[in-house]
Design a protein around this ligand. Structure first.
Ligand code: NAD
Length: 321
C-alpha cells in the first residue's frame, strides 16, 4: 500500500514511517520541518519506497499532488508543545485548525482511510480520572492561548466525524497521551527529553510548580502499535481511542527517576509557574488514560516500562552527541 504521513518527519511520524516501511509499504511524507527534521528520517533516504516532500499541508496544490495515488493517510502534522503554542499562537492555531480542514476535505473527496492524531489535551483540566473517550472536556477561557491546541484538536475531531457522515470518509481518531521516546525534541516544552538531556549534562532538572502534577508516559513504539491496531481494524472506523501508557508518576518523581536511571549527579530545581510561563498559565494536575476501549477491540497494550523509555531516550541522546 502507499501511505501519506503528514508531519512524518516529526517524532511520532518518523517511528510510524519506520514501521510502515518495515511492512513493505510505500510511504510519502509531507512535512514543513517546522518542528520535525530531516535528521529524523535520514536513515530511510536510500529506501526507494520512501520519499520526503518538504512543504506545508496548508498549500492546497502541493497537498493535492502528494495525495494523488495514496491508499491510506496518517494525519500527524500539527504545531504542538506548550512552549511553541505560547510563543507562536496564531501560526499554531492556523496549522492545527486549517491544516486539518484542508487535509480532511481532500481525504474525504477520495475516501482515503485516515488516521487523525488527536490528544489528551482534548480533556483539558477534567479532574475526574482516569479519562475515558466519553469524558467531558473541561477547559479554561478561550482567551488563554494555552487552550487553543485543545480547541483546535477538538474541531479536528468534529470535522472528521462530520466528513464521515457527509462524505463517507473512513477515519479513526487516536488521542495520544504523553508519548515519549527516542528522537523527541525537548525544544518545545516536552518534559522527558528535557530532563534526560539535563541529566546527561549534569545540569539541574527544572521542575515547574511543586512537581506534584502527574502524567502517564507511553513509549512511542507502543503508541505506533496502538495506532496500527486501530487503523487496520475495520471495527475501529468512525471511532475514537485513547492511546496512552500505564503507571502514573509525578513530575518530581520523574525527575528523580531520570537522575537514577542515567546515574547522573544532577540536582532538581523547583521553578514557580509564574516564572516559567506567562501570567494566567494553567497546568493540568493529572492526565490518566483509560485505555480499556482500545484493549477490548484490538488487544493492544503498552509493553515498555518507564525505566526502559528513559534508557532508550538516553542512549539515543548519547549516540547523537
Ligand atoms: N508527542 C505527544 O506526546 C503527543 C501527544 C498528543 C498528541 N500528539 C499528536 O501527535 C502528532 C505528532 O506529534 P509529535 O509528537 O510527533 O510532534 P512533532 O512536532 O515531532 O510532529 C509534528 C510534525 O508536523 C510537522 N508540521 C507542522 N506544521 C506542518 C504543516 N503546516 N505542514 C506539514 N507538516 C507540518 C512538524 O514539522 C513535525 O514534523 C501531532 O498531531 C500531535 O498533536 C502528540
Amino acid at each position: 500500500m502507499k501511505f501519506l504521513i503528514t508531519g512524518g518527519a516529526g517524532f511520532i511520524g518518523s517511528h510510524l514511517l519506520a514501521r510502515l516501511l518495515e511492512r513493505g509499504d510505500e510511504v510519502v511524507i509531507l512535512d514543513d520541518l517546522s518542528t520535525g527534521s530531516k535528521k529524523n528520517v535520514e536513515r530511510f533516504v536510500a529506501n526507494s519506497k520512501f520519499s520526503l516532500i518538504e512543504g506545508s499541508m496548508l498549500e492546497r496544490p502541493l497537498l493535492a499532488k502528494v495525495m494523488d495515488g495514496v491508499d491510506g493517510l496518517f494525519h500527524l502534522g500539527a504545531a504542538l508543545g506548550v512552549k511553541r503554542i505560547l510563543e507562536r499562537p496564531l501560526e499554531s492555531l492556523i496549522t492545527n485548525m486549517h491544516g486539518t480542514e484542508v487535509v480532511l476535505e481532500m481525504a474525504a473527496k477520495k475516501k482515503i482511510r485516515t488516521f487523525i492524531a488527536s490528544t489528551s489535551e482534548i480533556y483539558g483540566k477534567n479532574p475526574v480520572q482516569p479519562l475515558t473517550e466519553n469524558s467531558d472536556r473541561v477547559l479554561g477561557s478561550p482567551l488563554l492561548v494555552r487552550w487553543t491546541y485543545s480547541e483546535a484538536k477538538a474541531i479536528d475531531e468534529s470535522l472528521a466525524v462530520i466528513y464521515g457522515q457527509s462524505h463517507g470518509l473512513p477515519f479513526v481518531i487516536g488521542r495520544f497521551f504523553n508519548t515519549v521516546g527516542p528522537r523527541q525534541t525537548g525544544a518545545y516544552g516536552m518534559v522527558l527529553p528535557g530532563f534526560v538531556r539535563s541529566a546527561l549534562k549534569g545540569e539541574p532538572l527544572t521542575v515547574y510548580g511543586d512537581g506534584s502534577q502527574s502524567r502517564v508516559f507511553c513509549h512511542v513504539e507502543d503508541a505506533v502499535e496502538g495506532m496500527m491496531s486501530v487503523y487496520f481494524n475495520d471495527k475501529a472506523l468512525g471511532d475514537v481511542f485513547n492511546i496512552g501508557g500505564e503507571g502514573e508518576i509525578t513530575i518530581k518523581a520523574l525527575a528523580e527517576l531520570v537522575i537514577e536511571e542515567t546515574g547522573s549527579s544532577s540536582t532538581i530545581e523547583m521553578v514557580p509557574y509564574e516564572k516559567a510561563y506567562a501570567k494566567g498559565f494553567e497546568d493540568t494536575m493529572r492526565r490518566i488514560p483509560d485505555t480499556s476501549k482500545i484493549r477490548a477491540l484490538t488487544g493492544w497494550k503498552p509493553k515498555n516500562s518507564l525505566q526502559q523509555i528513559i534508557r532508550d531516550v538516553a542512549s539515543q541522546m548519547k549516540a547523537d552527541s
